[in-house]
Design a protein around this ligand. Sequence first.
Ligand code: ARG
Length: 457
Amino acid sequence: MKLWGGRFTKETNELVNSFNASISFDQKFYKEDIEGSIAHVTMLAKQGIITDSEKKSIISGLKSILEDITSGKLEIDNVHEDIHSFVEAHLTNRIGDAGKKLHTGRSRNDQVALDMKLYTRKEILEMDTLLKNLLKSLLSIMKENTETIMPGFTHLQKAQPVTLAHHIGAYFEMFKRDRSRLNDIYKRMNYCPLGSGALAGTTYPLDREYTASLLGFNGPTLNSMDSVSDRDYLIEFSSAMSIIMMHLSRFCEEITIWNSNEYQFIEIDDAYSTGSSIMPQKKNPDIAELVRGKTGRVYGTLMSLLTTMKGLSLAYNKDMQEDKEFVFDAIDTTKGCILLFNGMIDTMVFNKDNMRASAEGGFTNATDAADYLVNHGVPFRDAHGIIGKLVLYCIDNNKPLGKLSLDEYKAISPVFEEDIYNAISMETCTSKRNTTGAPGQEAMKEVISIYEKYLED
Ligand code: ARG
């Protein structure tokens, strides 16, 4: 049952067995383990290290194990230490002595490094697809809302009017960067560690370039000690996932605020809300809150990995087995959150009237009123002071800027004329802002067409 019983004279302590074993979690990459083994024996046969008929028998044995695990016929039990031992034991059971040649020129150290890379690579691509779908949803909200006015905030205080398209566009940028981060990690990690042996390579004439190409890598890794002890890509991936979660969490925070009784900017669909066991009136944004909460869990993975790796001498150390459970959890958590979040925003309704009323109510056009004076020859600093007084007057009289009479305006500065109303309308405030990246319709149209092209690729 053990791959290493030869030099031992005593049975392993039972607690040691279960403490040491990883099969309860590394079974997650049984497919990748078998895929790697098939590539390995294909290379061994090409190099004349095993015969063609041994290769055929090993591959058909491995394929039958893969099928049986996938169909549920073969259950992965906890008798074996890890998935590598499990597969090898079942292979030898099925095909006899040829199975014992599978591990020629290989160690579990380069094998597990390979399995984890194959698994991570696949998950990076799946996560990228989920992000792309999310971006499609964001873009469709943007296209429909280039004229939907809402307040833009700084310090969570109303600042200037923007459009919903513009606000959502900020998140489009964030998730776009997340995709490019995943892409970078994929490129950097895509080198095959197999053939590095335990740490020092091997004396067998392996063709590592060939194995790497069979498995879709850019090439073999170039240092066998680094190959078996490199977990940088997992740290980078955990960091990228932490940033994705941070973005989702910020968005969820806004959704929670927008969904509050005071704001009522949005209505979350019933299918994505939950109720209270005691208060019948409640409809809570639990999904947004949970996504925000789960962010901490993914950050935990990053901290855990960094800490696990910080004191490790070269090359492989068993500490590295601790990479798996956290990373698997972070991947499942992040993917789940992107998916649920996407469903939530796809079904969410925007209360455009409330958004607009809120933008009108908070002096978000004060900057534009100051700009009006500047355009009529008043120096900006003086204009700032005049509008400040005007705002004070409005607060005392409980009126927005747009509802003051011209006489009231003129009482504070004679420069104001009838055209002030148009100059500070919500439409003017947003549509005149057309520098690249601004909320004006002209500027947004260009950005939206860039996003459309980006999503076509
Ligand atoms: N389960 C081990 C891990 O995840 C596999 C490698 C074991 N290697 C060893 N030298 N004990 O790291």
